[in-house]
Design a protein around this ligand. Structure first.
Ligand SMILES: [Zn+2]
Length: 164
């Protein structure tokens, strides 16, 4: 990853709404109307990826989420730490999974890539910054604790840190 340390900056929750952009990972050129992702079946239509059906023989290209999964290059990183988390790990992760299911039903690019153990907690990686933000907000709304965001605008990456 060529990300530089300087490119990361802390963000307030209110700032995120205007900052986060929709992921166009590896979509250098304009996609043709209509495009279907051969991996997950999402369909690009009228400028956005959604779930739907496409006629046979349409252009096929990986959606940004599947590209990121292939490259193992997440857009969102959510770390969950602390003694409360350790004691309620399953419950908190269940909430995160629910949040993903809810978002993914509407937005194909919003997916959890992996949930890994890290020192003193867990790391959830996501295919899109919006889902990382939403998981952080959902966990904070349910359990309070301390929530922080760091955003890298150049690379469109978001780090969310929650601790309790
Ligand atoms: Zn896909």
């Amino acid at each position: 990853m060529k990300t530089t340390r300087e490119a990361w900056r802390p963000l307030q929750r209110e700032e995120l709404r205007d900052e986060l952009v929709h992921d166009s990972y590896k979509s250098k050129r304009k996609l043709s109307e209509t495009t279907r992702c051969p991996e997950c079946g999402a369909v690009y239509h009228e400028g956005r990826w959604g779930w739907g059906t496409a006629a046979a023989g349409v252009h096929e290209e990986l959606c940004p989420a599947c590209h990121r999964i292939h490259d193992r290059f997440p857009a969102g990183y959510v770390t969950l730490k602390g003694a409360f988390f350790a004691a309620h790990r399953d419950e908190v992760l269940h909430l995160a999974r629910n949040r993903e299911a809810h978002e993914k039903a509407e937005h194909p690019l919003e997916r959890i890539m992996a949930i890994e153990d890290v020192e003193d907690g867990a790391l959830i990686t996501t295919t899109d910054t919006h889902l990382a933000r939403d998981i952080g907000e959902a966990v904070h709304a349910a359990y309070r604790g301390k929530l922080e965001y760091h955003y890298n605008k150049e690379e469109n990456l978001l780090r969310v840190q929650w601790a309790r």
